[in-house]
Ligand binder design. Structure first.
Ligand code: HEM
Length: 458
C-alpha cells in the first residue's frame, strides 16, 4: 500500500501505519482521486509543515488547518462566523436535520442548553453499573477466546452500552436492525462521491439511494417508538427519558418532537461507532505493543483486582486513560471537521472570505513534527509526562473544541476506559500476525478490511 507506511517496531516503540502525505508534485487529478478514495491520504506536505495551507478547487477556496491556535480561532473566537460545511450538512443532514449535530444559531443554543445537562458527571456515575453489566456479558460471550474481528466486536459492545445505559434497555428494540441501519447511514453518507466536490451540490439534499432511505426510515421509526414508549410511562433516568423531559434552562422551552427524534438519531450515529473505533484501535495497538499491554494489566491488578471497575476508579486508572488518549491522538475517530465561512475573518493571519471552506485536520495536527515529539510512535506515556496535553490550547482535539465540542465526551471516555481495563484484566490480546490495517476515513476513521485478534483467557 504505497499511500500508507508499514507498521514497524523501533527502539522498543511501536509505529502503526500512517497515511503518507502527498509529495506536492502530483497532478491535480491524482491528488483529487487520492482525496476522494481516502481523505487522510489526500493532504499535501504544507498541511503538515504550516498552520494553514490554502488551495482553490473548482472555484472554492479551501484552508486546511493543523494548528491548535488556528482551530481555536475557528471553533471558539470566531465561531459565529462559521457554520457546518455544506458537505457536512449534506452528509449528516439527511438523518439528523433538526438535531444538535446539524442545527445552528438560536436553535442550536437552545438545544445545547437543554441537552448538555443529560451528560453531566452525576449521570455518568449512575450509568457506570449498566456499562459494567454489558462488559460482563460481552466478556462471558468471548469465553475461552476465539478469533474476533475487532471493529465488529467493539461495535457490539458499544451498541449494547448505548441500548442499556443510554436507552434504558427497551423491550421492543430490535438491536440488530437499528445497528445495521446506523452503519448503513454512516457508510452511505460517508463515502465521498464526485458530485460532492461540485460547490453548488452542497445546497441540494444528497441522495442516499433506496437502501440509505430505508435505513433512515428505520432509524426514524425506532426513535419514534422509543419516544412514544417513554412519553407514556413518563419514567426512568436514561437518555430517552431525559430527552423527553429536557428543557432549555433559560426559557423553559422543551424540544419539539421532531427535535427529540433527530437528536436521538444523532446519538445513535455519533454515540457508538466513535467509541467502538477508539476501542478497536486501542486493542490493535496494545496487541502490537506487549509492554503497554502488561502495564495495563499491572494497573488493573493494583486498582480493581478481581471486582468490577467502578466510576470512582476512573481517576486512578491513569495509564489506561493515557492509552485511550494516545489511541485517539493517532487514530482520531473524527479525523477531520469542516466549516464554511459566512462572515469575513482572519484566521492564522490569513483573510478568510464568506463561502471559503475550513478543513480542521485533527489527523494531521495530531501527527505533525512541529507540535509533537516522535509523533508517529505509540507512546501513551506522553500524556503522563505532559498532562497539559488535555488542556485547552493543546494540539490534541479528538472531541473538537469551542461551544460545539462533543457533548458525549465524558461518557465516551468513561466507557472506553471501562471496557479496555476490564478486558485486558481478563484476556491476553493477540493481533493476527498477517494483519496490516490501513486507516481509512468514511466520516469516521476505520481499519480497512478489519483487524483480527484473539482474546485468550488468563
Ligand atoms: C470516542 C468517542 C467520540 C468522539 C471521538 C466524538 C467526537 C466528536 C466531535 C469531534 C464532535 C464535534 C463535531 C464538530 O464540531 O463538527 C462531536 C460532536 C457531537 N458528539 Fe461526539 N464523539 C464521541 C462520542 C459521542 C457520544 C458517546 C455521544 C452521545 C451519546 C456523542 C454525541 C455528539 C453530539 C450530539 C455532538 C454535536 C454537539 C454540538 O454540535 O453541539 N459523541 N463528537
Amino acid at each position: 500500500m504505497a499511500e500508507t507506511t508499514q507498521q514497524t517496531q523501533n527502539n522498543g516503540k511501536f509505529y502503526p501505519p500512517h497515511a503518507k502525505p502527498l509529495k506536492g508534485t502530483e497532478s491535480f487529478a491524482y491528488a483529487t482521486w487520492r482525496f476522494m478514495r481516502n481523505p487522510i491520504e489526500g493532504f499535501g506536505p504544507l498541511t503538515y509543515s504550516q498552520p494553514i495551507a490554502s488551495v482553490k478547487s473548482l472555484g472554492v477556496r479551501m484552508h486546511v488547518i493543523s494548528d491548535p491556535a488556528g482551530m481555536a480561532e475557528v471553533l471558539t473566537q470566531h465561531e459565529p462566523a462559521f457554520k457546518k460545511s455544506p458537505l457536512d450538512q449534506r452528509i449528516m443532514g439527511s438523518a439528523t436535520r433538526e438535531g444538535l449535530l446539524s442545527v445552528h444559531d438560536e436553535q442550536w443554543k437552545r438545544q445545547r442548553r437543554a441537552v448538555a445537562p443529560m451528560f453531566k458527571h452525576r449521570h455518568m456515575a449512575d450509568l457506570a453499573p449498566d456499562v459494567n453489566a454489558v462488559i460482563t456479558a460481552f466478556s462471558r460471550k468471548l469465553g475461552g477466546g476465539g478469533e474476533v474481528e475487532l471493529s465488529a466486536a467493539m461495535a457490539d459492545v458499544t451498541f449494547d452500552v448505548l441500548a442499556k445505559a443510554l436507552l434504558g434497555d427497551p423491550q421492543g428494540l430490535n438491536r440488530e436492525t437499528l445497528r445495521m441501519a446506523t452503519r448503513r447511514v454512516v457508510t452511505a453518507a460517508g463515502t465521498l462521491r464526485p458530485d460532492d466536490l461540485i460547490p453548488w451540490t452542497g445546497y441540494v439534499p444528497r441522495p442516499v439511494g433506496p437502501r440509505g432511505m430505508m435505513a433512515i426510515k428505520r432509524l426514524r421509526t425506532a426513535a419514534d417508538d422509543l419516544l412514544d414508549e417513554r412519553s407514556q410511562d413518563n419514567g426512568g433516568d436514561d437518555l430517552v427519558a431525559l430527552l423527553v423531559g429536557a428543557k432549555d434552562p433559560k426559557t423553559g422551552e422543551a424540544l419539539s418532537r421532531r427535535e427529540q427524534r433527530d437528536n436521538l438519531i444523532g446519538f445513535f450515529i455519533a454515540g457508538h461507532e466513535t467509541t467502538a473505533l477508539t476501542l478497536t484501535w486501542a486493542f490493535y495497538l496494545i496487541g502490537m505493543d506487549k509492554a503497554v499491554q502488561r502495564r495495563l494489566r499491572d494497573e488493573a491488578a493494583a486498582i480493581i483486582g478481581t471486582r468490577a471497575v467502578e466510576y470512582d476508579d476512573l481517576v486512578k486508572l491513569t495509564f489506561t486513560r493515557a492509552v485511550i488518549d494516545e489511541t485517539m491522538r493517532l487514530f482520531p475517530p473524527a479525523p477531520v471537521l469542516a466549516r464554511q465561512c459566512r462572515k469575513a475573518v482572519t484566521i492564522c493571519g490569513r483573510e478568510i472570505e464568506p463561502g471559503d471552506i475550513m478543513i480542521l485536520a485533527n489527523y494531521v495536527m495530531h501527527r505533525t513534527e512541529r507540535l509533537w515529539d516522535d509523533p508517529l510512535a505509540f507512546d501513551p506515556d506522553r500524556f503522563i509526562r505532559q498532562p497539559e496535553l488535555r488542556k485547552k490550547g493543546a494540539p490534541f482535539m479528538p472531541f473538537g473544541g469551542g461551544p460545539r465540542i462533543c457533548v458525549g465526551a465524558a461518557f465516551a471516555v468513561m466507557e472506553a476506559v471501562m471496557v479496555l481495563i476490564s478486558l485486558v484484566r481478563d484476556y491476553k490480546i493477540k493481533v493476527a500476525p498477517d494483519c496490516y490495517p490501513r486507516p481509512k476515513m468514511t466520516v469516521t476513521l476505520r481499519p480497512e478490511g478489519g483487524i483480527k485478534a484473539r482474546f485468550e483467557k488468563l
